[in-house]
Design a protein around this ligand. Sequence first.
Ligand SMILES: Cc1ncc(C[n+]2csc(CCOP(=O)(O)OP(=O)(O)O)c2C)c(N)n1
Ligand SMILES: [Mg+2]
Length: 168
Amino acid sequence: MRDVTIPGSSWGNRLLQVYDPTTNVFAAGGGIGQGLGMAIGTGIAKPDTPTLAIIGDGGLQVHLGELCTLADERPHVIVALFNDGGYGVLRNLQDAKDSPRRAVDLATPDHALLARSLGLDHELVTETGGFDRALAAAVQRRSPTIIEIDVASLLPRPEPMVPPVNVP
Ligand SMILES: Cc1ncc(C[n+]2csc(CCOP(=O)(O)OP(=O)(O)O)c2C)c(N)n1
Ligand SMILES: [Mg+2]
């Protein structure tokens, strides 16, 4: 499940290999945040298959209450939470226009504390290789997990504007 976040719309929409259309969930209307609810529904519908949800920190805050549903229902949903401290795509657009940043750097909850308060597993990823390990562990555990990716610590740094990708 891909919410409307930069990793979702840059490589997620372009490079992720999809072999079965029923495994490809996307909020076509483009509203941020509804992805978590859609991922929970997917996880309940397909209990034997882990559901990976790619969600940004801004989108998550819009539908934060869905974390309680995740804790209640406990489907096998793994949330890859890309935390860049705000509305990254809008921040990039404002910077590209040399306009002052306005309402894009957001107060961000401590997701580790938030997850703990709901009995959800949480792992923080601060380097590229860490994601594979965290994902493999979450798939094994079969319990809902938030893998929080600290975008600012990733190297190489994501480009502000990702050019079109040619796939052979
Ligand atoms: C409900 C809703 N409100 C506002 C927007 C406009 N919008 C599009 S992307 C975006 C930022 C999303 O931030 P985040 O989920 O953190 O992803 P990032 O861009 O930082 O990767 C916003 C506010 C939207 N698409 N849907
Ligand atoms: Mg963000």
